[in-house]
Design a binder for this molecule. Structure first.
Ligand code: SAH
Length: 213
């Protein structure tokens, strides 16, 4: 598959749709305009790649809705040089958005099929996370901690507590919490022992799964 001016036009339209829905960050909208989302999906869905909708990818998972990706990225106020842990690599689209904004990204995926597929694909189109990790996001990545930001892109039935301890002071954890539907929840580490919590509305994600035994 190639990237064409037609795709580019569709991306500009998608960015306008997201802007109308409340996304205001120029850098986030710029990333949406730049990244060829159709390449992250099976060719059968290519015609729909620039609709503001989630779509199936491999292993019964989904590529998140563009609005959700833009919303999570905007809330995290991603800056060049931020050290970010992403949980739920999936198609790698959110990973590409974080990299486009200049972050250093560590990304974890628990399904081997997706881990393999995306770790081969992303570098091919020029997006290189610091590390692709095959593992369980509930545990975070203690060896590489602390992080400026942690983003969870699957619905966590409950708060994965280990993640709070892997934030820098001043760092942010953004995680959708709940069964079925989730409340987007932001934690800001105010001190080694204090966290501020903000609830940012309802979203719907595929469930975050426990490691297979
Ligand atoms: N950001 C991705 C979202 C994919 S859906 C995208 O837009 O493509 C969520 C992903 O989280 C799936 O790939 C799923 O396999 C993965 N996942 C679920 N539970 C996980 C866990 N415990 N640790 C790491 N990844 C997990």
């Amino acid at each position: 598959m190639r990237d064409t001016t037609k795709h580019k036009g569709l991306r500009n339209q998608l960015a306008s749709v997201l802007e109308a829905k409340g996304i205001s960050s120029d850098t986030v909208l710029g990333a949406i305009k730049k990244i060829p989302r159709h390449l992250f999906m099976d060719s059968g869905f290519e015609a729909h790649a620039y609709q503001d909708k989630p779509f199936p990818i491999a292993a019964d998972q989904t590529i998140s809705q563009p609005y959700t990706v833009a919303f999570q990225t905007e809330v995290l106020e991603v800056k060049p040089g931020d050290k970010i842990l992403e949980i739920g690599t999936g198609s790698g689209y959110q990973t590409a958005v974080l990299l486009e904004l200049g972050a250093t990204v560590f990304t974890i995926e628990r399904q081997h099929e997706l881990f393999k597929k995306t770790s081969l694909f992303l570098p091919k189109i020029g997006y290189k996370p610091k590390r692709f990790v095959f593992g369980d996001g509930y545990k975070g990545l203690p060896k590489e901690a602390p992080f400026d930001k942690i983003i969870v892109t699957a619905g966590a039935p409950e708060l994965p507590k280990a993640l709070l301890g892997q934030l820098k002071v001043g760092g942010k954890l953004l995680v959708p919490i709940g069964d079925g539907a989730q409340v987007m929840t932001l934690f800001i580490r105010k001190s080694p022992v204090e966290f501020e919590k903000h609830e940012l509305g309802d979203f719907r994600f595929v469930p975050m799964l426990r490691e297979k035994n």
